[in-house]
Design a protein around this ligand. Structure first.
Ligand code: SF4
Length: 284
C-alpha cells in the first residue's frame, strides 16, 4: 500500500502542498486502499499537480473542473474511492458553481481545497480567499473585496461533511482526510496551505497565531449545524478540525433509480482486446 511514486514534485521548497500530498498518501493507506482503488482528479494551479504525485489513478483536468470529472468518475465506478483536489482560485472562482452544486448533490467523493489565499502558479494575484486590503500585482492598492468564507458557503449549501485543517498539522489533516474518505457523501475539506513564495501575509506563523483549533473546545458538537455556523462566524472562518458531519443522509448515487452497485470495471462490455485497443488508439 505505497501511495508514493517516483515523480519529484516541482513545488517551491516549503510550500504547504507537500503536507497535503503526504496526508492523502497516509490516509489512503490507513483506510486500507490499494493504489488501484483510488482516483484523484485535480484542476489547474500549483495544487493541480497533485494528481500526478500520488501512486493512484490520476487525472489532471482543466481549470475549475475537477469536480465534474470526479463526480463522473464516481458515477461510472462507485467502487472507486474518488478524491478531487485544487486550489482556492480553482474551486472558489472559476469552479465555484461546480463546488456549490457538488456539495448539495452529496455524491460520495472527497474534495480537498489547497487554500493559499492567492494565485501561485500565475505568480501572485488576489484570489477569492484574499483578505480585504490584500496587496498583489492585481490589486496594488489593496483588494476592495471581502474574502469568501468557504465554510459558511459549504454549510449553507447543505454539506454533510465539512473539515478544515492546516498544512503544519499533518496528524489532524490525515485524520480528516481519512474521515472524509469513509463518510457516505460529499466531504469538503479546506486546508490552509501557505504559498511561501508569493503570499507574505498568510504565512505559517500567521496561521499558527490565528487558527482556532476545535480540540480546544471539548463541548463542540459537529452534528449541530447551528453550532457549526456560529463557531465559523465567531472565528472568522479560522476554525480547524471536524466542523460538521451529518451521518443520517445517504449519498446521491444511492438514490439514483436502477444505479448499479457493481463498478464498470467488473462489467462484461463484450468487446475484444483488439477492439478495445482500436478504441484507445482512436481517442489518444
Ligand atoms: Fe507553492 Fe506558492 Fe510555490 Fe506554488 S508558487 S508551489 S503555491 S509556494
Amino acid at each position: 500500500k505505497d501511495f508514493r511514486n517516483n515523480i519529484k514534485p516541482n513545488w517551491c521548497p516549503g510550500c504547504g502542498d507537500f503536507s497535503i500530498q503526504a496526508a492523502i498518501q497516509r490516509a489512503a493507506a490507513n483506510v486500507g486502499l490499494e493504489p488501484e482503488n483510488l482516483g484523484i482528479v485535480s484542476g489547474i494551479g500549483c495544487s493541480g499537480r497533485i494528481s500526478g504525485y500520488i501512486n493512484a489513478y490520476g487525472f489532471h483536468g482543466v481549470h475549475g473542473r475537477s469536480l465534474p470529472i470526479a463526480q463522473g468518475l464516481k458515477m461510472a465506478n462507485r467502487e472507486l474511492t474518488v478524491l478531487a483536489a485544487g486550489g482556492d482560485g480553482d474551486g472558489f472562482a472559476i469552479g465555484m458553481g461546480h463546488t456549490v452544486h457538488a456539495i448539495r448533490r452529496n455524491i460520495n467523493i472527497t474534495y480537498i481545497v489547497m487554500d493559499n489565499q492567492i494565485y501561485g502558479l500565475t505568480k501572485g494575484q488576489t484570489s477569492p480567499r484574499s483578505a480585504e486590503g490584500f496587496k498583489t500585482k492585481s490589486t496594488p492598492a489593496g483588494s476592495i473585496e471581502s474574502a469568501l468564507s468557504p465554510l459558511e458557503v459549504a454549510l449553507a449549501a447543505g454539506a454533510t461533511f465539512i473539515g478544515q485543517s492546516f498544512s503544519s498539522n499533518l496528524k489532524q489533516l490525515t485524520a480528516l482526510i481519512e474521515a472524509g474518505m469513509k463518510h457516505n457523501g460529499f466531504s469538503f475539506i479546506n486546508v490552509f496551505s501557505p504559498c511561501v513564495t508569493f503570499n507574505k501575509v498568510n504565512t505559517y506563523d500567521w496561521f499558527k497565531e490565528n487558527i482556532v483549533d476545535l480540540e480546544e473546545t471539548p463541548d463542540y458538537d459537529p452534528s449541530n449545524r447551528v453550532m457549526a455556523m456560529t463557531k465559523i462566524m465567531e472565528t472568522n472562518s479560522l476554525l480547524t478540525g471536524l466542523i460538521y458531519q451529518n451521518t443520517t443522509k445517504t449519498s446521491y448515487e444511492n438514490h439514483v433509480p436502477g444505479f448499479k452497485e457493481e463498478g464498470m470495471s467488473k462489467l462484461n462490455l463484450k468487446i475484444s482486446e483488439q477492439e478495445f485497443d482500436k478504441l484507445v488508439t482512436e481517442f489518444k
